[in-house]
Ligand binder design. Structure first.
Ligand SMILES: *Cc1c(COP(=O)(O)O)cnc(C)c1O
Length: 413
C-alpha cells in the first residue's frame, strides 16, 4: 500500500498534465517501436555459432537494400561519429584533400574530423543557412582542380541542425560535369529510413548512417555502405586504425571480425526487428509516410507563422527535409517554449542549434511515427504557444489535419 499521508490529497503537489508517455520529437534518437525495445531484452546467446552468427550475416546482407546499393555494408559499434571516422579512415590518406559542403552544423563537424585526422579540408559555402547548397559552386571549384587533387566531396544529405536537405543528384551532376574522379560521400544519418535515398542511383561512393534516427533502433550502431570505388580506395588509405578497418571485416572469416570483436548482440536483435518492420512496410511506403507527416508539420508551422513570430527555417520548399523541421521563433524565447512543452505537457522538442539557437527549435519526425503522434505533437505545441499568449496566424493543427486527411483520402497504392 502506498502510504496514505497528507501528500495524497495533492495539496503539496503542483498540478501537471505531463503524465502518460513522453513524446520524443527530437531529431534522433527517435521513438522506438515496442517490438524493437522488447528484442533488446532477449538473453544474449552463444556468439560463436548458430543464431547470433546468422543474425550478424543476415544484417550485413540486408542493409544494402535500405539504401538501394549493390555495395557492401559495414556495422560499427558506435554512433554516427564512429561511422564518419570509419568512412574517412578506410578511404583517405594523410595529406589527401577533400571538399566539404557547408550545409550547416553536421557537414562542418564531419569536415573538422577529417582535418583532425590529417586530411586537407576545404569547405564549400552554402548561400545562407536558410537555403540549400547550390551545386553550381561545387562545379566551379572542381573545374579549378585539373590535377584532380581532390579525392572526395563530403555532404550531409539532411543537415539536422536546420532541416535543410540538399539535392544529391545536382551534386553528383556537378562532379560529373567537371569530369572529376572525386568520390561522393553522403552523411545519411538523418535521412536513411526517412527520405528517399538511393545510393547507387545518386552515384554515392560512401553512405554513413546510424541506428537511432530513421532506423528506429537504440543508439549504438553506425553503418557505412561502400561502393566498389570506395572499397578499392581502402588499398591506399593510410589513416585507418585496426578497430575500424574494413579488411578483416570483409575477409570472410568468423563473424566476430565483422565487429572487430564481440558482436553487439542486443543491438543486433533490435536492429533485425527494425529492418524487418521497414521491409514489411516497404521502403517506398516508409518514404511516403515521412513525406505526408512532414508536410503536415510544415503546414502547421506555416499556418502559425506571423510577422516577427514563428516561421520555417528553410525558405525553399524543395530544400526542406522530411525527417526534421527547423523552426525560427522570431522574438520568442525558444528555450522557454521548449521548457514549457517538456515540463507542462511531456512533449520533448529539439533545441535550436547554431547562431540563432535561442530563437529556434526543431521538430523531429523520423522513424516510428503515425498521425496520432504527429498531430498530438502539433496540437500540444499549439496549446503551449496559446498558453504563452503568442499570436498565431491560425490553427496549425487544423492545417496539419487537412494535409493528413487528404493523404488518407488517396486510394491505397
Ligand atoms: C545525428 C547526426 C549526426 C551525429 O550522429 P551521432 O550518432 O550523434 O554521432 C551526424 N550527422 C547527421 C546528419 C545527424 O543527423
Amino acid at each position: 500500500m502506498p502510504n496514505q499521508s497528507s501528500s495524497d490529497t495533492g495539496s503539496d503537489k503542483t498540478f501537471s498534465l505531463r503524465q502518460g508517455r513522453n513524446m520524443l520529437a527530437i531529431p534522433g534518437p527517435s521513438v522506438m517501436p515496442e517490438t524493437v525495445l522488447a528484442a533488446m531484452g532477449r538473453p544474449v546467446q552463444n556468439i560463436y555459432s548458430g543464431e547470433v552468427e546468422e543474425l550478424s550475416f543476415s544484417l550485413v546482407a540486408d542493409l544494402p537494400r535500405i539504401v538501394r546499393t549493390e555495395g557492401e555494408a559495414f556495422v560499427a559499434i558506435s554512433n554516427g561519429h564512429g561511422a564518419w571516422e570509419m568512412a574517412i579512415g578506410n578511404t583517405l590518406s594523410r595529406g589527401d584533400k577533400v571538399l566539404v559542403v557547408d550545409s550547416g552544423r553536421f557537414g562542418l563537424l564531419w569536415g573538422a574530423m577529417c582535418e583532425t585526422m590529417g586530411v586537407a579540408v576545404e569547405f564549400v559555402p552554402s548561400p545562407s543557412p536558410r537555403h540549400p547548397f547550390d551545386a553550381a559552386v561545387l562545379a566551379d571549384r572542381l573545374a579549378a582542380d585539373p590535377t584532380h587533387e581532390i579525392r572526395a566531396v563530403l555532404v550531409a544529405h539532411v543537415d539536422t541542425a536546420t532541416g535543410v536537405r540538399c539535392d544529391l543528384f545536382a551534386i553528383r551532376a556537378a562532379i560529373d560535369a567537371s569530369n572529376h574522379p572525386a568520390m561522393l560521400f553522403v552523411d545519411g544519418i538523418a535521412s536513411v529510413g526517412c527520405e528517399r535515398y538511393e545510393m547507387d542511383a545518386v552515384g554515392a561512393d560512401v553512405t554513413v548512417a546510424a541506428s537511432q534516427k530513421g532506423l528506429m533502433a537504440p543508439p549504438g550502431l553506425g553503418f557505412v555502405w561502400a561502393s566498389e570505388k570506395a572499397l578499392a580506395a581502402r588499398e591506399r588509405a593510410d589513416l585507418v586504425t585496426p578497430f575500424w578497418d574494413w579488411v578483416p571485416r570483409r575477409s570472410g572469416g568468423p563473424h566476430y571480425l565483422l565487429f572487430s570483436g564481440t558482436p553487439p548482440v542486443s543491438h543486433l536483435y533490435a536492429m533485425r526487428v527494425a529492418l524487418d518492420l521497414i521491409e514489411q512496410e516497404g521502403l517506398e511506403h516508409v518514404w511516403r509516410r515521412h513525406e505526408v507527416l512532414a508536410s503536415a508539420v510544415r503546414a502547421a508551422v506555416d499556418t502559425w507563422s506571423t510577422e516577427g513570430g514563428l516561421e520555417l527555417a528553410i525558405v525553399d520548399p524543395d530544400g526542406r527535409s522530411n525527417a526534421v523541421t527547423g523552426v525560427l521563433t522570431g522574438s520568442i524565447d525558444s528555450l522557454e517554449l521548449q521548457r514549457r512543452c517538456d515540463d507542462g505537457a511531456n512533449l520533448t522538442l529539439g533545441i535550436g542549434m547554431g547562431d540563432a539557437a535561442d530563437f529556434a527549435f526543431r521538430i523531429g519526425h523520423m522513424g516510428h511515427l503515425n498521425p496520432p503522434m504527429v498531430l498530438g505533437t502539433l496540437g500540444t505545441l499549439e496549446s503551449v504557444l496559446l498558453s504563452m499568449g503568442i499570436p498565431l496566424g491560425g490553427s496549425g493543427v487544423a492545417a496539419a489535419a487537412a494535409v493528413i486527411g487528404q493523404a488518407l483520402a488517396e486510394p491505397a497504392v
